[in-house]
Design a binder for this molecule. Structure first.
Ligand SMILES: Nc1ncnc2c1ncn2[C@@H]1O[C@H](COP(=O)(O)OP(=O)(O)OP(=O)(O)O)[C@@H](O)[C@H]1O
Ligand SMILES: [Mg+2]
Length: 339
């Protein structure tokens, strides 16, 4: 087993980021299913309060509560949680001070008006704090006091976070710097420290989802450098929505340069008994050279992604969109590529 494989095996918090719309939520859900296959229990967490997971699995909106959402092959199970900073704060107050009711009162009277009053760094630490607590949680752990009992096995074999996009991910995960200014001592500081030590450990990897287009690939390259500079581990690059290739490399190269053998096409089409073989052949040649140009642009983007030197997985573009069944298919593809 290589060092990289050992690293991958130790990862228990998978943070999934990428440019908006490239498939973060889809990939996070597929990754959770793939990791649960064979009997594991995996928690899939979303932190942006958009109910993307519920939409994807076709369920009702998720509450702030971990609940089973899908079965994985081999007796595995995926649970889901839609985390929001306000609920995380209430839970946190309850856990440390037994202040559930006080928290509810605060909310009712608007004293905790998150939209306007809570510093962004504090929201982030509440959310990363929740996810990392789930990573550390053990079966025998007592909730109140929040201390690791250490004995029992982990409640979750892995936690997958459908995280903010590349533009915000480094700041989102780099909670310590922000919170240090807000709370130098005390439980909040402690909470941030614990979150940060899990985030910075070998247990956490940040994966980047991209498609084979210029902008998302650039954001991936930049995002990887940023995460690396923040002292966090970069995991894999997952190239999503990959078009299937119809032609071999040499044929594509010629076509991209504009030399499609139209004469051969015409002869082929005539042999197949087509009436307007000439016209059809020209149309096909045109389509083929467009396809070839796109393929060559994609090859250039793959070459750029090679430079970041991280493991890469690819997922196909699915014609009919993505629902619960397609997620299993994508999970299978991830497993085939050595997840
Ligand atoms: N492999 C795929 N094949 C076909 N469609 C896909 C694939 N992956 C994602 N999609 C579709 O692309 C759209 C965007 O996917 P998704 O919501 O997962 O992206 P996202 O990065 O989470 O977006 P946002 O930035 O809005 O959170 C969805 O309609 C989804 O069904
Ligand atoms: Mg999403």
């Amino acid at each position: 087993m290589s060092a990289r494989d050992r690293d991958a095996e130790a990862v228990r918090l998978h943070v999934v980021t990428g440019k908006g719309g490239t498939g973060k939520t889809t990939v996070a859900a597929s990754l959770a299913l793939a990791l649960a296959a064979g009997g594991g229990t995996v928690l899939l967490v979303e932190v942006e309060g958009r109910q993307g997971i519920a939409r994807l699995f076709g369920t009702r909106p998720l509450p702030y509560e971990e609940r089973p959402i899908a079965d994985a092959p081999g007796g595995g199970r995926v649970c889901a949680l839609a985390a929001d900073a306000e609920s995380a704060l209430l839970e946190y107050l309850e856990m440390f001070y037994g202040m559930r009711r006080a928290g509810q009162l605060l909310t009712r009277f608007g004293a905790v008006d998150f939209a306007t009053t809570v510093a962004p760094g504090m929201r982030d630490v509440l959310l990363t704090g929740k996810a990392t607590e789930a990573v550390r949680r053990r079966a025998s752990e007592r909730r109140r006091g929040g201390r690791d009992a250490g004995g029992g096995r982990h409640v979750y074999d892995a936690v997958v976070m459908d995280a903010p996009p590349t533009g915000r991910i480094a700041q989102f995960l780099n909670v310590n710097a922000e919170v240090a200014g807000l709370a130098r001592v005390g439980p909040v500081h402690n909470h941030a420290d614990k979150a940060m030590s899990t985030l910075r450990s070998a247990q956490t990897a940040v994966h980047f989802v991209t498609v084979l287009e210029e902008m998302p690939a650039q954001e991936t390259v930049d995002g990887i450098a940023e995460i690396h500079a923040a002292g966090l581990n970069v995991g894999s690059v997952i190239v999503n929505m990959v078009h299937s290739g119809f032609f071999d490399e040499p044929v594509l190269r010629e076509a991209a340069e504009g030399s499609v053998d139209t004469g051969a096409l015409v002869r082929g089409l005539k042999a197949a008994g087509l009436e307007d073989a000439e016209e059809t052949a020209h149309g096909l040649a045109q389509e083929m050279s467009e396809h070839a140009q796109r393929a060559s642009a994609e090859a250039a983007i793959r070459a750029r992604l090679d430079e970041v030197d991280r493991p890469r997985m690819e997922l196909p573009l699915l014609g009919g969109g993505v629902g619960p069944e397609e997620l299993h298919l994508l999970a299978e593809r991830l497993r085939e590529q050595g997840l």
